[in-house]
Design a protein around this ligand. Structure first.
Ligand SMILES: NC(=O)NCCC[C@H](N)C(=O)O
Length: 412
């Protein structure tokens, strides 16, 4: 198959971006209420209208740089055209959305009948308020018990962080199992897209991880450093056990990857995923949150040369710079510290994803405007920064890399 016709092709973090998956923030953001913010993994409530304008500018910037922008909501819609598929999709959603009352399920299914496929996808993403349903049928105890909870189906406000529910690696995907129940339903979309969407269904997309696994793996923790080395964070969201499963599968596949570097980072909200504290911006150049450097342990996972199918795991005993230099086989590694390492500025900019950049080509990244101290430093290191405004988008605790899932990057 020719390069341009490949459906999935990600062998680096920085190869020129050709196709990316986004989600335009929708009504789900208007179902965020203070009482449930923490559970829904938000710290504040974005103003939807402005969030959309900021997101549209992000998409426009990508298109202006020759990137094909696909939207999750469109691919999902095109994946449920067949009426049986649509029905199964709704069932899966209700199952995993914890809608267990028999009467409530019935009423919801009836309610969904009036929506066309696109409207249905938007509605499932937005969630269903109790007040939208005129009458609830009482068939089971759960239907009868009245609670103050305002939703019959929870909203999915984290969907615009397309980086996390699945991840493109090589010519396949890790279909993730998310750490929190609240984000796990997001992976249903990818499941249907890769099985049913006309663009992918006959492609037999290889999967390096499955959403039914027991331990969590999230896309923000996975960085494809080059065609031989993948970095994965052992983080607040991704477990070591999941990384082993993933490594086994990908290292014994037909892909060129030889090493998975597991970065053990502190398990706290401000660090969340590996890409919250560490992203690649150019050959041998990375952003990093200074607080993570000292406490970082790295394990190198390779194929065992004694037993086929087994892994060899070694704890690296050197500095991050030396470890990266060794595995990436480059002369020099430059770590660009968030806000230059100044304790106050670094903590402040880190909170709004100062280290979370999206590379659209080697040495060319998209960054948030508010992280101006870090952005200036990037420029001083020869990196071109494309700056986007983010006063609403940043309230969800994710940056440009978190808001994008590359499907195709040019090989380096
Ligand atoms: N890769 C990322 O760091 N994604 C950001 C996810 C933010 C979202 N509110 C979450 O807590 O999951």
């Amino acid at each position: 198959m020719s390069e341009s016709r490949k459906l999935l092709n990600v062998y680096s973090e920085i190869g020129r971006l050709k196709t990316v998956l986004l989600h335009r923030p929708g009504k789900e953001l208007e179902n965020l209420v203070p009482d449930y913010l923490e559970r829904l993994l938000f710290d504040d409530i974005p103003y939807l209208d402005l969030a959309r304008r900021e997101h549209d500018n992000f998409a426009e910037l990508l298109r202006g740089n020759g990137v094909e922008v696909l939207y999750l909501e469109d691919l999902a819609t095109e994946s449920i055209m067949d009426s049986n598929t649509r029905e199964c999709f709704i069932e899966d959603f209700l199952d995993e959305g914890n809608v267990v009352g028999i009467g409530t399920r019935e009423v919801l299914k009836e309610y969904f009948e009036k929506f066309n496929n696109k409207e249905l996808i938007d509605k499932l993403m937005a969630g269903v308020r109790k007040s939208e349903i005129s009458k609830l049928i009482n068939r089971s105890l759960v239907d009868l018990v009245d609670t103050n909870y305002p939703f019959v189906l929870d909203p999915m406000p984290n969907l615009y962080f397309t980086r996390d529910p699945f991840a493109t690696i090589g010519n396949g995907i890790a279909l993730n199992r998310m750490k929190t129940h609240v984000r796990n339903r997001e992976t249903i979309f990818a499941n249907y897209i890769f099985q049913n969407h006309p663009r992918f269904k006959n492609a037999n997309v290889p999967t390096w991880f499955d959403r039914k696994e027991n331990s969590p793996l999230e896309g923000g923790d996975i960085l494809v450093l080059n065609s031989k080395v993948i970095a994965v964070g052992i983080s607040a969201r991704t477990d070591a056990a999941a990384i082993e499963k993933f490594a086994e599968k990908i290292l014994y596949s037909d892909q060129p990857f030889e090493t998975v570097l597991a970065f053990d980072i502190p398990k706290k909200r401000a660090f969340m995923h590996l890409d919250t504290v560490f992203t690649m911006v150019d050959f041998g150049k990375f952003t990093i949150h200074p607080e993570v450097e000292g406490s970082l342990t790295v394990y190198a996972i390779t194929r065992s040369d004694r037993f086929y199918g087994e892994l060899f795991i070694e704890k690296e005993e050197s500095t991050l710079q030396n470890i990266l230099q060794k595995y990436l086989e480059v002369d020099k590694i430059t770590l660009i510290r968030c806000a230059g390492g100044n304790a106050i500025d670094a903590a402040r900019e880190q909170w709004s994803d100062g280290s979370n950049t999206l590379a659209i080509a080697p040495g060319e990244v998209i960054v948030y405007a508010r992280n101006y101290v870090t952005n200036k430093l990037l420029e001083e290191h020869g990196i071109t920064t494309h700056v986007i405004s983010c006063s609403e988008l940043s309230r969800g605790r994710g940056g440009p890399r978190c808001m994008s899932m590359p499907l195709i990057r040019e090989d380096l």
